[in-house]
Write a protein that binds this ligand. Sequence first.
Ligand SMILES: Nc1nc2c(ncn2[C@@H]2O[C@H](COP(=O)(O)OP(=O)(O)O)[C@@H](O)[C@H]2O)c(=O)[nH]1
Ligand SMILES: [Mg+2]
Length: 283
Amino acid sequence: MEYQWYPGHMAKAKKDIKESLKLVDVIIELIDARIPYSSKNPDIDELAGNKPRVLLINKADLADDRVTAEFKSFYEEKGYFVIVTNAKNGNLKPVMNVVRDACKEKIERDKARGMINRPIRAMILGIPNVGKSTFINSYAKKACTKTGDKPGVTTGKQWIRLSKELELLDTPGILWPKFEDAKVGLNIALIGSINENILDSHELALKLLSYLTKNYPGAVNARYGVEEKEDSLELLYDICSKKACLKKGGEPDTDRMSFTVADDFRGGRFGRVSLERPADYTK
Ligand SMILES: Nc1nc2c(ncn2[C@@H]2O[C@H](COP(=O)(O)OP(=O)(O)O)[C@@H](O)[C@H]2O)c(=O)[nH]1
Ligand SMILES: [Mg+2]
């Protein structure tokens, strides 16, 4: 899947999300645990108004637990109801507790009006590739039923009933990443959320190798059996030799190896790595 964002697309996406948000009690936003800051679109703050917000720090199985915990507190301090998840293989039952917490006021209000057991309605939001579809499918355990249009709802929106308590708008809101910051663009490219051609894969691999050797010493060595060094280009050459990743004439094929390095990262083959921490953004 490829996403290309143009100002027109963004404006349309924003407008659609705004419309959908009118129909829901709570926003469930997914971010990638390896880049909990870079994978979050700040425009959503403005769209969200004062709807309660649940934040799923997803793909936590790929990230560094210590850093994930730091980000959990970071976002809780900002008023989010936060839960750390693995949408692919994890237990998603606790998500409902957090959603219930976030919707306490609505639940109380319903009760006061004598409306008992009215399901909470939510919308899933997030940039591409953070696990929105996976979350919906795993949560619904394939038993999900579209509830169809409800009388009085003329927008043609479909709802997926995840449980007696929770209904989701069937189409998640897709947000664009915020590319203005070079570091954010790099992080987004590293997790594979954008078309790789946007950033030079060679540069990507060098930045990644440099980050890994600094922050997760031993990870590159464990993967490729090379001695780690500060000069990432040298390191990339060493990996090429070690892995016999060579061109026809016998020279190191750094282009091919760059792809492999990025792919290994995306597949979690360097172990659990977080690419940023709250301290990077709280100076
Ligand atoms: N390791 C891991 N992979 C995940 C998790 N959630 C989703 N994925 C994978 O991430 C990729 C993108 O997920 P998808 O649900 O299509 O993302 P969407 O674009 O936000 O709908 C897929 O290959 C999923 O299997 C998770 O919690 N852990
Ligand atoms: Mg999807």
